[in-house]
Design a protein around this ligand. Structure first.
Ligand SMILES: C=C(O[C@@H]1C=C(C(=O)O)C=C[C@H]1O)C(=O)O
Length: 324
């Protein structure tokens, strides 16, 4: 992330509860009307915000990515770190008749369990994605929730048939241990832990452990913000320990992640606050989309397989583009 990719807090003018759109009392009416028109007549990219820094995008080659993975495995074997998540981006031309609103509808239909988003901000640009990963959430019943999500393989027809290799089991357990160490740091002892279970995310499966805290029973008003601070960037997008993994990413990834692997979601709404990791996402330019994906590298990583894993992850957005 660079200085220009700052945190943005966008005030809600319209609220959607899954059925109806409601307008906030102070919502600016001309903009609200323009938004309703946009929903009825999906527009091409010309009427959406695109970022000013389009010429600075760099794209890593397969050779560049796999050599970075090789180097990471050596550093892990030398015990400089346990895990590092290396990512890359890729440019895809936008289909002739592409429209962000139609793409959003397609995402919502294709990925009903994901957090689907379409965000367009002047001077920043337009991003969309279907994230499978909660970072921190507190629902209307005051239940805090976070997950340890890691390990990836292509989805099998019957989830009960999923078999996980030791590499993925260990990789996910590392994320679990990290969350537990955060709880320990905060001296939080009352939580529930369920998993790891196999979950499906688009064309892929992951291992997920759910951690929950009932804030009506446990007095911890700052748990959400404290955990957000400790978790981000999580070991699912950065690595373990955090500092050497982050230094390795900055030195060897070779491109700017921008808002990929950051977090987004509604905050302090009637349904609570739900922040998701910005994964399985793409940035929309006038004529192209930039897709982003990463893979967790551990001692047992095979560089070629990690490259393929990023390709599979990019398919979440790739499929939305190719279905136009
Ligand atoms: C880094 C990504 O995904 C994360 C990394 C995973 C892994 O390494 O197996 C699995 C799920 C996500 O936590 C991504 O989608 O780009």
């Amino acid at each position: 992330m660079s200085a220009q990719d700052r945190n943005l807090f966008i005030k809600g003018d319209l609220y959607f509860d899954g059925k109806n759109l409601a307008s906030a009392p102070d919502a600016p009416q001309p903009q609200v009307q323009a938004f309703y028109t946009l929903l009825q007549e999906p527009q091409s990219m010309n009427s959406w915000h695109t970022s000013a820094n389009t010429v600075t995008h760099t794209f890593q080659t397969e050779a560049g990515f796999t050599s970075a993975v090789k180097m990471a495995v050596e550093r892990i074997k030398a015990e400089e770190m346990e895990k590092v998540v290396l990512s890359r981006n890729s440019r895809e031309p936008l289909p002739e008749n592409f429209s962000p609103v139609a793409a959003f509808r397609a995402m919502a239909a294709a990925y009903p369990r994901a957090f689907v988003s379409l965000v367009s901000v002047p001077g920043v640009g337009t991003w969309m994605g279907a994230s499978p990963e909660i970072l921190v959430s507190i629902n209307e019943q005051q239940v805090f929730h976070t997950v340890a999500l890691a390990g990836t393989q292509t989805a099998v027809e019957n989830m009960a048939d999923a078999i996980w290799r030791q590499k993925e089991i260990e990789e996910q357990a590392m994320v679990e241990r990290y969350i537990l160490s955060c709880f320990k740091k905060l001296r939080l002892r009352e939580y529930t832990e369920v998993g790891p279970r196999t979950i499906v995310a688009g064309n892929l499966m992951h291992l997920r452990t759910d951690f929950k805290v009932n804030l009506r029973e446990v007095h911890f008003p700052t748990l959400g913000t404290d955990m957000l601070e400790l978790l981000h960037p999580t070991s699912a997008v950065c690595g373990l320990p955090k500092e050497p993994a982050l230094a390795f990413i900055l030195a060897h990834e070779g491109y700017n992640r921008s808002y990929y692997s950051g977090f987004l979601g509604p905050v302090n709404g009637t349904g609570g606050s739900h922040l998701y990791v910005n994964l399985r996402c793409m940035q929309l330019l006038r004529h192209d989309a930039i897709l982003y994906a990463g893979a967790g590298v551990t001692e047992g990583s095979d560089p070629q397989k990690e490259w393929q894993e990023t390709q599979h992850k990019m398919q979440t957005m790739g499929k939305i583009l190719s279905d136009f």
